[in-house]
Write a protein that binds this ligand. Structure first.
Ligand code: SAJ
Length: 404
């Protein structure tokens, strides 16, 4: 039996996927409410194909509980934040979950850490817990970092290649067999530190490349040139593949993981450091664009300006590190208020002046800032024809639209 610890964005789909492919699974989370929701037959977030997977897993007998199980394999999937000042990883959730597991884990059991951790974290923070708590008991550690992208998680869980880092080949192969129950991609077995590094490097690669696109957007703004046209033409070169600029980088991965490298290697990770600062500066850049465009249009009532989208990217309901929330925070830091906001995926009130109906939102504003390219706004573009528009994603073809 596999006990999956942490039933969030990664743990839940992983548990469901294993159960749907014939593995006996118990999912454990210390959040009682979350476990109650799952036991009542509801998923806790929206994702293509997740509800169907949930039903299959229920049929296969998956169980959800707050209790840690006595079993031979644990998969830990809990958050790994970073310390905002030192930029170093804060492994408190991982070590906390491992400590709880160790209370019940039998000799020779395997603890698989799926959470993203900086290189050396398992050796520095997790293994010492095992040695201290279990004394002479042999417990194996494995790192199997996840790679799935919110918005396409179920498909990517099935098809992505993955990495397993283990102390020895035999343990690595045992865990590979479990993941092979559903994973159709290639599974590479390596050592733990290499697996830790690859995961952080993958997300850093994307962060640096997004920062490059964002920097180009700023240069092109200065020159009054069309960054999208420039990127489109450059990408016709066989060895150039530039990503898209945007209003900032959110989510719990690309906006977080590269900081681990900056925190651990401050004098070496220079490009990464500058890239992260560039991305983190984008919400302020958008705020400044709003100010410029208002001035150009002789507009001075901020309450007639609305931000479309609160989530960190399109068609998900995840708001972690969202550029819109960063922009609103920046507005408050400048002692200003008034920007309106709306997102079809966010039903709860999370911001001041938040709307829950697109038409109502549009009728109360003259200037819309497209922060997130949800399908909803793409399908309703004609409703923006009389508005001033700042399109941060180049999705609007209406005349007179402003860009980053
Ligand atoms: N973004 C841009 N321009 C782009 C692409 C993305 O500004 O060209 C922005 C998005 O709007 C968003 C942020 O970057 O705010 C991150 O979005 P994303 O779709 O690039 O990635 P995530 O954070 O949802 O998922 C990433 C993925 N990592 C890589 O692609 C290398 C995913 O495979 C990982 O599993 C995930 O991080 C994770 O959990 O680590």
């Amino acid at each position: 039996m596999v006990n999956v610890i942490g039933l969030g964005y990664i743990g839940l789909p992983t548990a469901l996927m294993l159960a749907s492919h014939g593995v006996e699974v118990v999912g454990t989370d210390y959040n009682k409410k979350l476990v109650e929701t799952l036991n009542a037959g509801h998923t806790t977030f929206k994702e293509d194909g997740l509800d169907e997977l949930f039903q299959n897993a229920l049929k296969s007998g998956i169980k959800f509980t707050t209790e840690y199980q006595k079993t031979d394999v644990y998969i830990v999937s809990v958050p790994t934040p970073y310390d905002k000042f030192s930029k170093k990883i804060d492994p408190v959730y991982v070590t906390g979950a491992v400590k709880d597991v160790l209370k019940v884990a039998p000799e020779e059991s395997i603890i698989v850490i799926e959470s993203t951790v900086s290189p050396g974290t398992i050796e520095k923070f997790v293994r010492p817990e095992i040695e201290e708590i279990t004394k002479n008991k042999k417990i194996h550690l494995v790192h199997a970092p996840e790679r799935i992208i919110p918005g396409n998680m179920v498909h990517e869980l099935l098809h992505n290649n993955r990495t397993i880092g283990a102390d020895n080949k035999e343990i690595g192969e045992r865990i590979k067999k479990i993941y092979s129950s559903f994973c159709q991609g290639e599974i590479v077995v390596t050592d733990i530190k290499t697996a830790e590094m690859t995961k952080v490097v993958e997300n850093t690669f994307r962060a640096v490349n997004i920062a490059f696109a964002n920097e180009l957007a700023k240069i092109c703004r200065h020159e009054n040139m069309d960054v999208y046209e420039i990127i489109r033409i450059c990408n016709m070169h066989p060895r150039v593949n530039i990503l898209q600029p945007g209003p900032g980088v959110g989510g719990h991965c690309i906006s977080v993981d590269p900081w681990f490298l900056v925190g651990d290697y401050p004098s070496l990770a220079k490009v990464i450091d500058e890239s992260m600062k560039t991305n983190d500066g984008m919400p302020d850049f958008v705020l400044n664009r709003i100010y410029e465009i208002m001035k150009k249009n002789n507009m001075n009532d901020i309450s007639r300006v609305g931000l479309y989208g609160l989530t960190y990217k399109e068609n998900v309901d995840d708001m972690r590190e969202s550029p819109t929330l960063q922009l609103l925070e920046s507005q408050e830091r400048h002692l200003a208020t008034g920007l309106k906001v709306y997102d079809p995926f966010i039903k709860k009130d999370v911001a001041k002046n938040q709307y829950h109906d697109l038409n109502q939102f549009l009728s109360d504003i003259d200037f819309i800032v497209i922060m997130v390219k949800h399908n909803e706004i793409k399908d309703n573009m004609e409703k923006l024809s009389s508005k001033i528009i700042l399109d941060c994603h180049n999705i609007c073809k209406l005349p007179g639209v402003y860009h980053l």
